[in-house]
Design a protein around this ligand. Structure first.
Ligand code: DGL
Length: 270
């Protein structure tokens, strides 16, 4: 038994899709979330910058007494985590590895599609992890940079989203992939539109769900599950004005979060 909190970070509020999965699967755990709203997006930044930002996000979270840290951000998980592994004395889990393992297990024809930010796709991390799982797997990767603003501006279920999805996903359809990794925090919110474009024969993998499963397994195997909730079970920190985070975050989580969000100066943790 271990009542310490779990830390979760993302470039902004998208990581709340991962937080939601953790809350659902591990209802007794206490979670502290950091969204780097002052420095978002990570998906268009260079490798050095994403690595620097990820380090400071982890440094900030380490000021709490944590038992694990989860990189909810697809870009940070793909670019920075492979370079940081082994550098911290608490478990550091990312969405990329968890989703690759699941995709490799569920594909029937060995063809897996991956969509993500420009940085995630450029990193090739999904391809490497999938090949590690099974060298026979063929990966087709497509960057979908317009998906994040579509979600943030409330267009996730509108016709415009479908038109853009049809264009981005054409290469996935042509590849014959039977499995698609939604490799960015925001994409699970486009699941309906993506599912309509690809049809029922393509299995959609939500990395948040996969990493939540990994966290549960890690806690169970190491006797680290919480016995009781902390008084402030969920805490949120951001690096810019919390107002927009509170508004959109309540929508992402489908529960109000006002009163739980504080602003910090992330530059102090570089
Ligand atoms: N959270 C990012 C990701 O999952 C998307 C937003 C950004 O570009 O920072 O890759």
């Amino acid at each position: 038994m271990d009542n310490r909190r779990i830390g979760v970070f993302d470039s902004g509020l998208g990581g709340l899709t991962v937080m939601k999965e953790l809350m659902a699967l591990l209802p007794n755990e206490s979670l502290v979330y950091f969204g780097d709203t002052g420095r978002i997006p990570y998906g268009t930044k260079s490798e050095e910058t994403v690595l620097k930002y990820t380090r400071s996000d982890i440094n900030f979270l380490q000021t709490f007494h944590l038992k694990a840290i989860i990189a909810a951000c697809g870009t940070a998980s793909s670019i920075a985590l492979p370079k940081l592994s082994g550098q911290y004395d608490i478990p550091l889990l990312g969405v990329t590895k968890a989703a690759s393992r699941r995709a490799a297990a569920v594909t029937r024809n060995g063809r897996v599609g991956v969509i993500g930010t420009t940085g995630t796709i450029r990193s090739g991390a999904y391809r490497s992890f999938l090949e590690e799982e099974n060298p026979e797997i063929q990966t087709v990767s497509v960057a979908c940079p317009m998906f994040v603003p579509l979600v943030e501006y409330g267009y996730a279920e509108k016709e415009a989203a479908k038109m853009i999805a049809k264009d981005y996903l054409q290469e996935i359809i042509e590849s014959g992939a039977d499995t698609l990794i939604l490799g960015c925090t925001h994409y699970p919110l486009l699941k309906k539109v993506i599912g309509e474009v690809l049809g029922d024969s393509v299995t959609l993998i939500n990395p948040g769900e996969c990493v939540a499963g990994d966290v549960k397994k890690l806690l169970e195997e190491n006797d680290l599950l919480s016995k009781e909730k902390q008084t402030e079970q969920y805490q949120f920190y951001v690096s810019d004005d919390p107002a927009e985070f509170i508004r959109l975050g309540s929508m992402f989580l489908e529960r109000p979060i006002d009163g739980l969000v504080s602003r910090i100066d992330i530059e102090k943790y570089n």
